[in-house]
Design a protein around this ligand. Structure first.
Ligand code: 6PG
Length: 243
């Protein structure tokens, strides 16, 4: 694997198998060195995590005992019920947490049955109890879309104004419906952020993030520059082709 430091975090380029293993190792190592008894690991949405869940389960990479020592959530969520195939936490449950028999009191979905404002408020209260004041996730997995979005921070969203506001919030994203998401403030309160980005369709976006002008309102993933010392990008050769 090829590694270097960038303005946006540590960049690691490798094969999918290497990156999947590194993603797991980063989380497990952080868990091992955590001082608190509770450890919050946020999974994320998109196709890459789904493949990663299947790999973790099929290859028996995490034991039920290890998984039960972690509090699991997701970085962002669609405002749909958990049984929807669109639900990020629902997918994480079906493909990772249930197969690993993670106890239900270690599973922390967004409260999607409630209206978005109440759901965001209830989630903030839960995270405050689990993480403590001024802290968000110990490990936050993220993906990156070909429009440079990350979590549910899409180009133009007011949540990108980055005014030191709430760590988690909800909003309507034009054309995509209601979303609940970690905000820039929340990202800065995470212990470690792991962005997994695979495939040739991500090459232009990655180039724009890392080599283009800093304009996070149009290029949301650039917001990670504000916490770059805790960010690791796991990128395959195809996605890294234009760096
Ligand atoms: C979601 C995500 C989103 C995702 C990217 C990348 O809910 O869809 O949180 O930010 O991570 O769109 O998705 P892929 O893994 O499919 O490229």
């Amino acid at each position: 694997m090829n590694e270097r430091t960038t303005d946006y975090g540590r960049l690691i380029v490798g094969t999918k198998a290497e990156l999947f293993q590194r993603a797991l190792d980063l989380g497990v190592t952080a868990r091992g060195s955590a001082e608190r008894s509770r450890f919050l690991w946020a999974l994320t949405g998109g196709g890459t995590p789904k493949e990663w869940y299947q790999w973790v389960v099929a290859e028996k990479k995490l034991s039920p005992a290890e998984a039960a020592g972690i509090d699991w959530t997701v970085s962002d969520e669609r405002h749909v019920l958990l049984n929807s195939p669109e639900s990020n936490f629902g997918n994480a449950e079906r493909q990772l947490l249930a197969p690993l028999e993670v106890p239900t009191d270690r599973r922390h979905p967004w409260m999607v049955a409630w209206p978005v404002a109440e759901a965001a408020e209830a989630y903030r209260r839960t995270m405050l109890i689990l993480a403590g004041p001024g802290r968000a996730y110990d490990v936050c997995f993220l993906g990156m879309g070909d429009d440079c979005h990350t979590a549910s921070l899409f180009p133009g969203t007011p949540l990108l104004n980055d005014d030191g506001g709430l760590p988690f919030d909800g909003q309507e994203v034009p054309g995509k419906g209601w979303r609940l998401t970690i905000t820039p403030t929340g990202l800065r309160q995470c212990g470690l952020i792991v962005v997994m980005t695979l495939g040739a369709n991500k090459a232009d976006a990655l180039h724009r993030i890392m080599n283009g002008p800093y304009e996070p309102m149009n290029v949301p993933s650039q917001i990670l520059k504000t916490c770059a010392n805790r960010v690791v990008w796991l990128v395959d050769e195809a996605a890294a082709a234009k760096l």
